[in-house]
Design a protein around this ligand. Structure first.
Ligand code: ADP
Ligand code: TRP
Length: 324
């Protein structure tokens, strides 16, 4: 089995990215072949500052490593080091119905936010399909918000196979962890770089503390019973503790006696404890950018070799491999 996933370098990684996606990458790399990449072509749909994009790309790659993606087990690369995906994007574009792209939630959300769409934003899911299909991945570990894009990938793959009469592509499945499908941000909405409600994994301690302490709650007093299923703090706490600790806290919370301020302080300390090792590793990696670059170079080489095999089959099937 082969797992593949990517994250756009459109900001520093936050805990939604970790629990929704990266944690699964790390778990999967022991049992399956993993291909994990920094989606910088995708990030170009929102970032128009070359040096900023370059820095963020390395920042996200170092974050993957710090959080446990192991280059001896998985292939870690930058999307643009596999330029074959852009050629495959075109081959897939010709079989992708306009209606399919028009139904994409992510696209519709961007339009609703008032972003004036360009072709790159509209074609985003086709590029994502190319990423996934080019290494013949079986599973795609992502958060809930990407489920539709993986379903679109299946549709596009099936259309291509059918159009050209060959099983060039495998149909991949999304892998979504139901408990952490959507991590909420500090304002209660889905945590997302675009909503400015994130808690970054590698932010300075005082920033993390300030953000957690500023989460808005209702005005229940310390003694009032609180509902763990309907509260902005408990789901956050739960991310950092095991099942037993979560259940014990749920019981105390329901009884009353725990104030929101105490709960927030507890979350800060659990957060820092949970990510202590990763934060230390990130600081070391930041001091050794050459190491990160070496890992990416080797990962790009391996991913590219794999991508060429699939692209060649697609070119043959479509009849564009002509001159030999
Ligand atoms: P953002 O919304 O902050 O721009 P991305 O779209 O780059 O994040 O997401 C990268 C990965 O992290 C995807 O697999 C996505 O599903 C996952 N992810 C992002 N935000 C969350 C969240 N709040 N909860 C769960 N998973 C998330
Ligand atoms: N669209 C994904 C996101 O915003 C990033 C991404 C690009 C991706 N290509 C991918 C995720 C391929 C999984 C597989 O989060």
């Amino acid at each position: 089995m082969r797992a593949l996933s990517g994250i756009q370098p459109s900001g520093e990684l936050h805990i939604g990215n970790y629990f929704g996606a990266i944690k699964q990458y790390v778990e999967l790399q022991d049992k399956h072949e993993g291909f994990y990449f920094v989606a910088n072509y995708h990030a170009l749909t929102s970032i128009r500052d070359g040096s900023y994009l370059r820095d963020l790309t390395l920042e996200v790659a170092a974050s993957f490593l710090a959080l446990g993606v192991d280059p001896n087990k998985a292939v870690l690369y930058v999307q643009s080091d596999v330029p074959e995906v852009t050629e495959l994007t075109w081959l897939l574009s010709v079989v992708t119905p306009m209606g399919l792209l028009q139904r994409a939630h992510a696209y519709k959300d961007k339009i609703a936010q008032g972003i004036s769409p360009d072709h790159g934003l509209f074609a985003y899911p086709v590029l994502m399909a190319a990423d996934i299909l080019i290494v013949q991945s079986d599973i795609v570990p992502v958060g809930q918000d990407q489920k539709q894009h993986v379903e679109m990938t299946r549709d596009i793959a099936a259309k291509f196979n059918q159009a050209f009469g060959e099983e060039v592509f495998k149909l991949p499945e999304a892998l979504i962890m139901p408990q952490v499908a959507v991590v909420r941000g500090t304002d209660g909405r889905k945590m997302s770089k675009s909503y400015n409600n994130t808690i970054g994994i590698f932010e300075p301690e005082e920033v993390i503390r300030r953000k957690i302490m500023s989460i808005v709650t209702d005005s229940k007093t310390v003694d009032e019973p609180k509902d763990p299923d309907n509260d902005p703090l408990f789901p956050l706490y739960r991310l950092f503790v095991d099942e037993q600790e979560a259940e014990a806290m749920a019981a105390d919370y329901t009884k009353g006696g725990i104030g929101y301020g105490d709960m927030k302080k507890l979350i800060v300390s659990k957060f820092l404890e949970y990510f202590a090792e990763a934060r230390e590793k990130k600081a070391q990696l930041d001091a050794h950018p050459d190491y990160v670059m070496d890992v990416l170079r080797e990962g790009g080489r391996r991913a590219r070799a794999e991508a060429r095999l699939t692209l060649e089959r697609a070119r043959e099937a479509a009849g564009v491999a002509v001159v030999r």
